[in-house]
Ligand binder design. Structure first.
Ligand SMILES: C[S@@+](CC[C@H](N)C(=O)[O-])C[C@H]1O[C@@H](n2cnc3c(N)ncnc32)[C@H](O)[C@@H]1O
Length: 487
């Protein structure tokens, strides 16, 4: 496993070009890579035009995908430079209005009242949604600056491709609902929870989320399992499905990043905390493996109900609480824990892991799919922002974390001294790594870290990395990275 911080081992190259100019030049370069791809392939250019596409195509070539990531990191840095340090910190704090307006729009189902094509008056939307017209109009005019709804002519509102998602995609609705109504308020309870319990509480209910939603009485998942909260539990399962379709978390990385078929012809795999079975279905589609998906009873019931008939003979659901008892399926080829342990403090993550590890015999595998947090400044700043936001989510919902490599090693040993990591791989583009663990392999047998070799330099205060695998030209191979800790 090679998680060296490249800043520590590479010299910083000086540059005389003002950073604001070199950034703008690079932005233009990357914008051309994207635009050329779309014109060469007769595809509509990226836009928020009312009749524009909902999203980028999922099969973009790697250099175009990379240009988008570079552009996102570089444009956000350029915007901060244009604002300047004082204005940047002062005005960034107002971003909570982005979230609260979206919460209002989602909560009052404003999007449903707007026709998918054409426009409608503010008065008619207000009447249909029982919201005050003057308030609604101000909220929609604010949201329009974030490309959510448009006012094509004074007094009328129309969908943009972004606001349309709130009507056409249940996954996006669930994502927005959970973030604005559950985890967003949890983030605003971070200070109060720290004042109350300290910042390193290990208990499942001593979290900002629990303080915000149930007065610190229940853990997040126990809260979701309350009889009145079925809609929240279903919404969370949908959120997981939405996440699995996004760049970085796509299920494809899990399917293609591990040799699943090597587990054996028709072998059985247990997906522990497998939600409604999306991972099992994706791997089943690519292999002849069979699956047992374990989760809490409410989730299992929904998973069974929604299972497509084509998987009925190969995927079964089983209620199992991974804290409460030893793994009930003794003889599977492998036990998968995908995005499970980042939800729990070491105390509970080790308990859940131990409950399955304790029945493990030679030849059986634990396969952990989760983020291995890279060192600060070692990856593109947009990617690092995504990962650190996820880390914050784990903090406010669970007091948990996205673990660094050393944290993983410590957790695995804490769960069961006999466990050994046999491989860690990270498919290019994936946020998650795949960690294979067995009993008593005699040490780290092999390490696969698919990562381009990096050399780093500096432009003004901005560090860049030369990711030579990413593209033929020098510009193509620059990636903007976070400068924290690099000065
Ligand atoms: C972050 S989701 C991950 C779901 C899935 N593995 C994936 O990768 O999409 C965590 C899952 O753990 C389940 N879970 C939470 N507490 C559990 C428990 N005590 N026993 C079993 N499953 C649990 C949740 O219901 C949820 O489906």
């Amino acid at each position: 496993m090679d998680f060296r911080n490249p800043f520590a081992s590479n010299g910083i190259k000086p540059s005389t070009t003002p950073i604001i100019v070199s950034l703008a030049e690079d932005i233009l370069h990357w914008a051309h890579i994207i635009a050329d791809h779309f014109s060469d392939n007769n595809l509509p250019q990226p836009s928020f035009a009312l009749d524009g596409p909902d999203d980028y195509p999922t099969n973009l070539p790697i250099n175009v995908q990379d240009a988008r990531i570079q552009l996102r990191a570089a444009t956000s840095f350029l915007a901060a430079l244009a604002a300047g340090p004082k204005a940047n910190i002062m005005w960034t704090v107002w971003n909570y209005h982005d979230i609260s307006t979206l919460m209002y729009i989602n909560h009052f189902r404003i999007a449903d009242a707007v026709p998918l094509t054409g426009s409608i008056s503010f008065a008619d939307v207000a009447a249909a949604t029982k919201t005050p017209e003057s308030q609604l109009k101000r909220i929609l005019r604010y949201a329009a600056l974030n490309h959510i709804f448009a006012e094509p002519e004074p007094g009328r509102v129309a969908h943009t491709p972004a606001s349309r998602q709130l009507v056409t995609s249940q996954h996006v609705q669930s994502w927005i609902g959970v973030r604005t109504e559950e985890t967003g308020p949890a983030s605003f309870s971070l200070v109060a929870a720290t004042e109350k319990w300290g910042g390193d509480a290990m208990e499942r209910e001593q979290t900002p989320y629990s303080l915000a939603h149930c007065d610190g009485k229940l853990s997040r998942f126990d809260y979701l399992a309350l009889p009145g909260n079925q809609h929240r539990e279903a919404r969370f399962a949908n959120l997981m499905r939405a996440l699995q379709a996004t760049e970085g978390y796509k299920l494809d990385y899990t399917v293609q990043g591990y040799n699943w078929q090597d587990l054996g012809d028709g072998a059985t795999v247990v997906d522990v905390g497998g939600s409604m079975g999306a991972t099992a279905q994706a791997i089943a589609q690519a292999t002849n493996l069979n699956f047992i998906v374990q989760d809490l009873p409410g989730v299992v019931a929904k998973g069974r109900e929604a299972l497509p008939a084509e998987f009925a003979s190969r995927i079964e659901f089983m209620p199992y609480d991974f804290f409460e008892s030893t793994q009930p399926v003794p003889d599977a080829a492998a036990y998968v824990f995908r995005q499970i342990f980042h939800d729990w403090t070491d105390k509970y993550a080790a308990r859940a892991l131990r409950n399955t590890a304790s029945i493990l015999r030679a030849g059986q595998k634990l396969i952990i799919v989760d983020v291995v947090m890279p060192p600060p400044g070692s990856v593109n700043a947009h990617i690092e922002t995504q990962l650190r936001r996820s880390d914050m989510e784990m903090m406010v919902q669970f007091n948990a974390l996205e673990r660094e490599a050393a944290d993983w090693e410590a957790l695995i040993k804490m769960a069961d001294e006999r466990l050994e990591v046999t491989s860690i791989s990270k498919p290019p583009g994936s946020h998650n790594s795949i960690v294979e663990v067995v009993v008593g392999a005699g040490g780290l047998a092999k390490t696969v870290e698919k990562k381009p070799s990096l050399t780093y330099g500096r432009r003004g205060s901005l560090l860049y990395a030369d990711t030579s695998e990413m593209g033929p030209s020098r510009r193509d191979s620059l990636t903007y990275v976070n400068t924290v800790g690099a000065a």
